[in-house]
Design a protein around this ligand. Structure first.
Ligand code: UDX
Ligand code: ADP
Length: 500
């Protein structure tokens, strides 16, 4: 891409660019074909037919799946978007170097998990994949690039990427690093990219930075109104992403903390959420009490913020945000305790059916899912788990449960856990059923049939507040849910259901 190379003259301190980036933006490369890179770049390809988009990954298996009829992740609407442009202007490849060399603009969409070793263990983000991607760009690039960090990163990561690129720059090559955090949520990823609340772009204020920002704006303007694109400095952009996720997670922890009060007093958390949500200053979204938030972002990003506060010597701010994660741990543990307590203080050798293993509905993703922790607590009590999820593969569930952080002895998992393809089969002979994910299909199961299959008294623990509790009590179930006291004793048909 020689036409992208920047012609510089020295007019004071600011380099001048003769050719605008957007005029020559023809090829995009996305490093990382995961939950962020895959959907966001598939939508870009579908909306920008004149731009060639190549999504690359180290994992041959993942790329093979992206090129098949069975995409590596379940996301409503994604199959259609991918099919509409794959082979036209959307390519999935493991040839990372060629894609980098040919690209004018590179999205970095690699994973940034929480470090589980060394400095910042358990809090800081592990930036080794970001650094590896940046080094690869520096090693193979022969022309100038706009490098865009899309992965969620700690504040100042763009600076680190820039430092790596500048320290290894080849003659005649220039880099502009932008921050463009992705706000898509799993399960609604395609819609979120197609119709975002906003697009955030952070960059440098000099003329080259502004050119690069304009080029990225130009891509989004293919389908997003300009007024929804917010431009700011790089650090603000990086911090905004962490802060947005921390605020969302904080809302869930706040309502979950209220749910504990509800259970202790007889208030109903759904009524409380409804009441406070009607205040337009508070708003009604993200006030659904649950068994705890999961997913790859919330815990990681809040801990990232905690670590940032600690590094900046702001211990009070760190402690404040740490509480969001602590309440989430508390909620999961509290729910598990309630299961054990209700089942006459022992679950040892009891069959417990877990409905849902994904961290939320409409995704097959299980990262940090509350179901993992609940399973761990119950396995620690030697319960026998019968797990069903409509979208999560058996191998994935077993991988999560045999992870060293969950099971010290993985052989216990094969002894205690069975995975089922059918919810009725999973409920067979169970003492209790726990709803961990809010899959719509769980609302319409035939609970009469399930009741017949279960041991009595039959318990249902609704960790997502999605079931018709009165109807279940009417069938004969003992029902427990989050943030509301229902009948405490097994109820029989002849006994009027109690609400206390
Ligand atoms: C989140 C952010 O929403 C998204 O903007 C960001 O880009 C990535 O992180 P995601 O983790 O995919 O997205 O899902 P989200 O819908 O935010 O749910 C996260 C967790 O919170 C899930 O476990 C969900 O079940 C739980 N949740 C959500 C609640 O328990 N109650 C709620 O009211 C909302
Ligand atoms: P996210 O949810 O942030 O998208 P994922 O784990 O789903 O995270 O996807 C990240 C992807 O990035 C993985 O498929 C991983 O193989 C890929 N990846 C990590 N490092 C590199 C790299 N240096 N080059 C190419 N791909 C990479």
């Amino acid at each position: 891409m020689s036409d992208l190379d920047i012609q510089q003259t020295d007019d004071g301190n600011l380099p001048v660019q003769k050719i605008t980036w957007k005029m020559t933006l023809k090829k995009i490369c996305c490093i990382g074909a995961g939950y962020v890179g895959g959907p966001s770049c598939a939508v870009i390809a579908s909306k920008c037919p004149a731009i060639q988009v190549t999504v690359v990954d180290l994992s041959e298996e993942r790329i093979k799946q992206w090129n098949s009829d069975h995409l590596p992740l379940y996301e409503p609407g994604l199959d259609d978007v991918v099919k509409s442009c794959r082979g036209r202007n959307l390519t999935f490849s493991t040839d990372i170097d060629t894609a980098i060399q040919e690209a004018d603009l590179i999205f970095i969409c690699v994973n940034t998990p929480t470090k589980n070793f060394g400095i910042g263990k358990g809090r800081a983000a592990d930036l080794k994949y970001i650094e590896a991607a940046a080094r690869r760009i520096a090693d193979v690039s022969k022309s100038s690039k706009i490098v865009v960090e899309k992965s969620t990163v700690p504040v100042k990561a763009a600076q680190s990427i820039s430092n790596i690129l500048q320290a290894n720059v080849k003659p005649g090559v220039k880099y502009q690093v932008l921050s463009n955090p992705e706000f898509l949520a799993e399960g609604t990823a395609v819609n979120d990219v197609l119709d975002p609340d906003r697009v955030l772009i952070g960059g440098e204020k000099n003329s080259l930075g502004k050119e690069a920002i304009e080029a990225l704006c130009w891509i989004y303007e293919h389908w997003i109104p300009r007024e929804k694109i917010i431009v700011m400095n790089t650090w603000s952009s990086e911090l905004s992403k962490l802060a947005a996720n921390a605020f969302l997670a904080q809302r869930i922890s706040s309502i979950n903390a209220i749910s504990a009060i509800c259970e202790a007093t007889g208030a109903d958390v759904s009524e409380v959420a409804n009441a406070i949500g009607t205040d337009s200053r508070i708003g009604s979204k993200f006030l659904k009490a649950s068994v705890g938030f999961g997913g790859s972002c919330f815990q990681k990003d809040v801990l990232n913020l905690v670590y940032l506060c600690e590094c900046l010597n702001l211990p009070e701010a760190a402690a404040y945000w740490q509480q969001v994660v602590d309440i989430n741990d508390y909620q999961r543990q509290r729910f598990a305790n309630r299961v054990v307590e209700s089942l006459f203080n022992t679950v040892t050798d009891k069959n417990i059916t877990i409905l849902g293993f994904a961290f939320k509905k409409d995704t097959g993703d299980t990262r940090e899912s509350a179901a993992i922790y609940l399973s761990k607590y119950l396995m620690d009590e030697e319960a026998r788990l019968r797990i069903y999820d409509p979208k999560v593969e058996k191998s994935q569930i077993l991988r999560e449960l045999t992870h060293p952080c969950i099971s010290e002895d993985p052989s216990r998992v094969s002894k205690l856990v069975t995975i089922h393809q059918d919810p009725y089969e999973a409920a067979e002979g169970s003492h209790a059923l726990i709803v961990c994910t809010e899959w719509d299909e769980f609302k319409t199961l035939d609970y009469h049939k399930i009741y017949q299959k279960m041991l009595k008294p039959a318990f249902i623990f609704d960790g997502r507040i999605i079931l018709d509790h009165e109807a279940l009590i009417e069938i004969g179930f003992h029902v427990e849910t989050i943030g509301k006291r229902l009948s405490r004793k097994p109820v029989h048909r002849s006994i009027a259901p109690s609400t206390q």
